[in-house]
Design a protein around this ligand. Structure first.
Ligand code: PFF
Length: 441
């Protein structure tokens, strides 16, 4: 493809940006983070962080990308010649690569589950879903093989280019996934004892209100909106000048919150009704989803469809991650795109292997008291994404003149000034305080 293709329609862009945002972050990570951090307080903080910090930064990324019309590094270089802003691009490259390294591990789990669903070995009375998940993640060969297969899939789609791959896939799969979640929610909420799950999600237990929860909620907001790694800058660089970025950003953020909450509303009522613990960690969704489907008529068939949809949601995010790495990595040398895609994919695969093994073979290896998988997650969501987001916020807030940013936003004065105050002061200060607390504390 030519690297300067444009999206054919606004809805195409929104769906592609939402496709990049909505993925494992909302469906896999959000429920387990909420589960291990007391539920309601984490959820509340996540929503607040999304609206008051994430959304304004998302608008900023759209603005920077659309104005630049090129890959992030060159975009920053051209918009701020001689200044070091382009380092944001390098942070993005490293963060996106690291995220993809463990994202592909979880993508691999989905492939393994899909395979099991297709062979009907995920259903049948008396299955212990927790044990089943454990068997899978502790088997080194399966974990690495599945991770590699997932990377290959991502790589092949990225090579096919923006229009062919991303747009078409997101257009169909996202709405279908949404319908599925509604169906699952109805089943989950009508189980006996489900109401405890709702209480867990919505009645605050303030003992969980502390800086750690705040760091995690902010990291979750950035991760799930794909912020701080220049992904949205990259996507918006394909956006025509005439599009309204505020509306697009609001849509993406809203869809992301809705899918996250829906995932929680499917998982937590079932957790309490079926007597599981909300604190299962990364396995939560993989354990609970088959358990909920077991309660449905034709569950084993529906489970197959569900994992296919989940795979698509995951792939629309993983392609964004690889796209960022490739776009930044090759800059304007677009003729090397194909080769670069392969090289980066292989490097990221290799970097991801320790994460894939960190539940089994390497489970004793700890960095800062965390497993390798958790450490890479913390390094990205807890440190790199906030730093990237901070710089992007300052760039849009201070580097652009008010005339430029107002023109770009095309919105009412109230919305414009609220945005400006947030990206100039509130977001940077909040991110800094939270970052310092997390690193020093
Ligand atoms: N937002 C994605 C998710 O929630 O699954 C993860 C992600 C994709 C992060 C792309 C960053 C990115 F550039």
């Amino acid at each position: 493809m030519s690297s300067r293709d444009h999206f054919t329609s606004r809805i195409g862009f929104i769906l592609a940006a939402a496709g990049s945002a909505i993925g494992l972050g909302a469906i896999w990570k959000f429920p387990y983070m909420a589960g291990t951090n007391g539920g309601s307080v984490f959820i509340l903080l996540f929503i607040l962080c999304t609206i008051f910090i994430g959304l304004p930064i998302l608008i900023s990324e759209f603005m920077i990308g659309r104005r630049g019309q090129r890959d992030p590094i060159n975009s920053f270089k051209e918009q701020a010649p001689g200044k070091p802003w382009y380092t944001v691009g390098w942070i993005g490259l490293i963060a996106a690569g690291l995220i993809l390294s463990f994202y592909s591990v979880v993508g691999g789990w989905i492939l393994s589950y899909l395979f099991r669903a297709l062979t009907f070995s995920l259903t049948g009375k008396g299955l212990n879903f927790a044990l089943l998940f454990n068997d899978l993640i502790t088997n080194p060969w399966e974990a690495i093989f599945a991770q590699g297969t997932f990377m290959l899939l991502t790589l092949l789609i990225v090579q096919a280019g923006i229009k062919g791959g991303i747009e078409v896939a997101s257009k169909w799969m996202m709405p279908l996934l949404f319908i599925f979640f509604i169906l699952l929610f109805i089943r989950s909420i009508t189980l006996d004892g489900a109401v405890e799950g709702i209480k867990f999600m919505f009645i605050p237990d303030w003992s969980y209100f502390n800086v750690d929860t705040l760091v995690l909620a902010l990291g979750q907001a950035f991760f799930s909106l794909s912020l701080g790694v220049c992904a949205m800058i990259t996507y918006a660089s394909y956006l025509a000048k005439s599009e309204k970025i505020v509306n697009s950003a609001v849509n993406v953020a809203a869809m992301n919150i809705i899918i996250s909450l829906l995932a929680g509303l499917v998982i937590f009522p079932a957790v309490f009704a079926l007597d599981y613990s909300p604190e299962q960690g990364p396995g939560l969704v993989f354990i609970m989803i088959p358990a909920v489907f077991e309660q449905l008529p034709m569950g084993s068939i529906l489970l197959i469809v569900f994992f296919i949809l989940l795979l698509f949601a995951t792939v629309t995010s993983s392609i964004a991650l690889l796209e960022v790495v490739v776009a930044i990595g090759i800059g304007n040398k677009t003729q090397t795109r194909k080769k670069a895609t392969w090289i980066f994919a292989i490097i990221i695969f290799v970097i991801g292997i320790p994460s894939a093994l960190s539940f089994g073979l390497l489970s004793d290896l700890k960095i800062l008291d965390k497993s390798i998988f958790d450490f890479v997650d913390y390094l990205t969501s807890g440190i790199l994404l906030p730093i990237g987001a901070l710089m992007i916020s300052l760039f849009a807030g201070f580097h652009y003149s008010k005339k430029i940013s107002r023109e770009e936003m095309q919105s009412s004065p109230f919305i414009y000034w609220t945005w400006l105050i947030i990206v100039r002061f509130i977001a940077p200060i909040a991110i800094l305080v939270i970052l310092l607390n997390s690193v020093l504390g």
